[in-house]
Design a protein around this ligand. Structure first.
Ligand SMILES: NC(=O)c1ccc[n+]([C@@H]2O[C@H](COP(=O)([O-])OP(=O)(O)OC[C@H]3O[C@@H](n4cnc5c(N)ncnc54)[C@H](OP(=O)(O)O)[C@@H]3O)[C@@H](O)[C@H]2O)c1
Length: 257
């Protein structure tokens, strides 16, 4: 499970451990992973391992996969939660950072899904939880690469869900609106200040709704209930002229950066 040192990844790790799953925690900050692994194994009596790695780097992903194999672990549930976002106009954003964002949000997800889904299909069971976002419901000026990456994850996940469902494998795209995590500190989105506080949810609710969606065999979930869905889902159905105009207004602070 990636992104397991903070936010939604930690909440999902806790929720899976509570259900008795062994976990393998992956992110860059090893000390946090080690502490969480210790907490989960003593609280739930499960196997908890960790591998510190930068998943935006292909060779690091190879190393994670080699570690998993060497430790004799089978990936029964794959969670792709590692992520950050760039909230600035593309023309003034740093090229390397833009590319790193795509490598983490898109390339790493395809890589890990590609490594572990075939085994699930072969065994006739398994689950994949891919973190997309309501940002992926439409193109967002001032957040273009992030919204496009999350849109990629959404479509990739939905198609994969349809392909592997008949083999007993569940694949779900989790599309949260704003969730109070370290994401706000790491990625500094400004538009979220404009989202009513009632539409914010916490990481625990996100994890709970994500696992419920897996249990129900859903392909897509907007965690947080009807009000959150009502606020964000129109983006997915609106014509681009409308969603871009709304996005431009919503992201006006990002566009001034
Ligand atoms: N929070 C929101 O409002 C929100 C809304 C919609 C979607 N999402 C998506 O949900 C996912 C989880 O976000 P969050 O809210 O939990 O954010 P978070 O609290 O900032 O956690 C992000 C996680 O990703 C890991 N990560 C970042 N860069 C990495 C890299 N290069 N290699 C490996 N791990 C890396 C971080 O660990 P290290 O720093 O230790 O590497 C951390 O564990 C993301 O994909 C995000 O885009 C979040």
């Amino acid at each position: 499970m990636t992104g397991a040192s903070a936010g939604i990844g930690v909440a999902l790790a806790r929720a899976l451990a509570q259900r008795g799953h062994g976990v393998t925690l992956v992110a860059r900050r090893g000390e946090r992973l080690e502490a969480l692994a210790g907490e989960l194994s003593s609280a739930h009596g499960i196997r908890a391992e960790w591998v510190a790695a930068d998943l935006a780097v292909a060779a690091e992903r190879d190393r994670v996969a080699a570690e998993i194999e060497q430790r004799g672990l089978t990936v029964e549930v794959l969670v792709n939660s590692a992520g950050f976002g760039i909230y600035a106009p593309f023309a003034s954003s740093e090229r390397e950072r833009e590319i790193r964002q795509v490598r983490l949000l898109v390339e790493a997800v395809v890589d890990l899904d590609s490594r572990y889904v075939p085994g699930m299909v072969e065994r006739g069971r398994g689950a994949v939880i891919n973190l997309s976002s309501t940002a992926g419901f439409q193109a967002l000026p001032g957040n273009g690469t992030y919204s496009a990456s999350k849109s990629f994850v959404l479509y990739h996940t939905e198609a994969l869900c349809e392909e592997v469902r008949r083999h007993g494998v569940t694949v779900v795209a989790v599309c949260p609106g704003p969730v109070a995590t370290e994401f706000q500190e790491a990625s500094e989105p400004a538009f979220t200040e404009r989202i009513p506080k009632t539409l914010w949810i916490d990481a625990e609710r996100t994890a709970r709704d994500a696992l419920r969606a897996v249990d129900a065999g859903k392909r897509t979930i907007v965690p947080g209930g009807p009000a959150v869905r009502a606020f964000f889902s129109p983006g997915r159905m609106s014509p681009p002229a409308v969603s871009l105009a709304v996005g431009r207004r919503l992201m006006s602070k990002e566009l001034e950066r």
